[in-house]
Design a protein around this ligand. Sequence first.
Ligand code: COA
Length: 330
Amino acid sequence: MEKKITASIIGTGSYLPSKVLTNKDLESMVDTSDEWITTRTGIKERRIAEDDEYTSDLGAKAAVRALSSAGKKPSSVDLIIVATITPDMLFPSTACFIQDKIGAKNAACFDINAACSGYIYAVEIAKRLVEAGSHDTILVIASEKLSSITDWTDRNTCVLFGDGAGACVISGENSGKPRVLYTYTGADSSAAELLMMPGGGTRFPASIQTVENKLHFLKMAGKEVFKNAVLCMYKASEKIMKKYNISIDEIKCFLPHQANVRIIDAVARKIGIEREKVYLNVQKFGNMSAATVAVGLDEVFKEWDLKSGDKILVDAFGAGFTFGSLVIEW
Ligand code: COA
């Protein structure tokens, strides 16, 4: 009888640009204050990539670290999936640029766009492919340069976002490493216009007017997005726990998307998990869209004192609205 494969995460890595933008720095850019940003979001600072540092550069650095922690050569990767809403270009894919940068010459490459839920969607795809036996080693990367689509004169949005990348290597080799036990993905697109970047696609191709009307920047209705975030993230956690019969007491670490500490607190309260089990990085990196939980997973794997059998619940929400969750067993 064939042995059943369960996808494992055999290595993780992350990369954050070195430039730090603090709330104090923002006070001199827009009409805001450290006190407002801290109390409304929990964010104290975020990282900003250099002008000549692209999404593929951030992603390639995270990928090299993930491969090194997995003990794998770039040539062993048979697929690269990049989750991003800030690709280097609309095409070719950022995954292709990363392939060249890291020398993963045997890999197929594509990008996915599920906004802040992108990493969870990508891990789900990778899990299914290795478990089907079609791929052995998949590099999942979430990389974002949100500073490139941020309107630095709009205080409603510019205080919230940051740049960064996280990556993991998913394998079917049953190594005993953390296993991706379950995945759940969903979407509710009835209010998609609450969070978007309208310009640059087929609806508003780039023109002088799209630039003048600032359509190449991220637009958001903050309050409505907040409410949807809490509902969708709660749903993503509830669905996976119900479907696979997991009780909240079994979860040793809750790793939610990091948009706002108040969203995280509300979701944690609704699912009934203790605060000390909740991972937080929003204070130091802001919201890095898809890269947020990817960076978070790398930090949890390296810094948390997890024991064999401990379960991590990952939960995200993003533009679309998309949402999703993972249960990973250490
Ligand atoms: N500094 C100071 N004041 C600001 C500000 C800033 N950076 N940004 C907005 N304000 C002002 C607004 O102009 C508004 O003023 P007005 O009432 O005079 O019009 C007021 O603050 C809004 O305050 P409030 O309604 O209390 O804000 P909030 O509690 O809804 O917080 C967000 C605003 C954006 C932080 C919050 O709605 C949020 O986090 N939303 C979700 C964002 C998100 O998660 N996005 C990504 C999803 S993946």
